[in-house]
Design a protein around this ligand. Structure first.
Ligand SMILES: [Ca+2]
Length: 263
């Protein structure tokens, strides 16, 4: 009898899982960092770890997701989102993130709107947000992230508990673009989601430059020629009284992973 009960329990649990829609849909509300138009299923709660950021997300209703998080315990932020099913294959979400550092003054915010086209297993998203950092936070940290943030993403589920996703961001004011391609693997009866990939970024920063006055070829500190001499045996004389700011572009790439655990 006991064995039969166990068999019955196993059979019903398999049947229960097979009745669900595609397994990946539980985590369809998010790519890596960026949300999609799909709401988290009602009453779901998950812990999400994205690089140094940890947050908990919860859906009290079919349309609302709320969350709380921290980037390596330097700040705390609250999130909220409201999903709007536009049509069978179009879902929109408006929401925001609002936070403050744990020490020091200032605040930051990221109101956004995204629209997702497709199904939880096969979709693409376009979104726009506005990144706000308060003047005191800029003063504290040196980071000025004020400006429009455009994001996009796509997910393709392969079945067999794997999928492929890509998430991208563009920050026009900072002339910065990020792209994050990743594999998604889900385990533990589809309640653990691993995104494993890399982040590549092209970004600019301001650097102070000085106009070249000329070239000193005999090392007496006096300009001898305006033409760059060949070789290395000369000194470049700059006009330090007239600095100018130039945009310098740089590039980086490193591995990224995120992990979501549903309770
Ligand atoms: Ca000289």
């Amino acid at each position: 009898m006991k064995k039969l009960l166990v068999l019955f329990a196993i059979a019903t649990s398999f049947a229960g899982f097979s009745q669900e829609s595609a397994a990946s849909s539980l985590h369809a509300s998010r790519y890596i960092f960026s949300p999609t138009g799909f709401n988290l299923p009602k009453d779901s709660i998950y812990l999400n770890v994205v690089g140094p950021m940890i947050d908990v997300q919860y859906a009290p209703t079919e349309n609302i997701t709320v969350g709380i998080g921290t980037p390596i315990f330097t700040a705390i932020y609250l999130t909220g989102g409201y999903s709007i099913p536009v049509s069978k294959n179009i879902h929109a979400r408006v929401g925001g993130l609002f936070g403050a550092p744990l020490t020091g003054a200032g605040s930051f915010a990221l109101p956004y709107a995204v629209m997702t086209f497709g199904t939880p297993d096969n979709n693409a998203t376009l979104g726009v947000g506005y990144s706000y950092t308060s003047p005191s936070l800029i003063q504290n940290t040196g980071f000025d992230l004020n400006g429009v943030a455009i994001n996009g993403g796509a997910y393709k589920d392969f079945g067999g508990k794997t999928g492929l996703l890509v998430e991208g961001w563009y920050l026009p004011q900072l002339q910065t673009a990020l792209i994050m391609p990743a594999f998604r693997i889900y385990t533990k009866r589809n309640r653990r989601y691993w995104n494993i990939g890399f982040i590549a970024a092209s970004y600019t920063y301001d650097e102070v430059g000085y106009p070249v006055i000329g070239y000193d070829t005999n090392w007496d500190g006096i300009v001898d020629t305006q033409e760059p001499p060949g070789g290395e045996n000369y000194d470049t004389i700059y006009n330090y009284d007239n600095p100018f700011v130039q945009k310098v572009r740089n590039f980086f790439r490193f591995p990224i992973f995120s992990y979501a655990m549903y309770f």
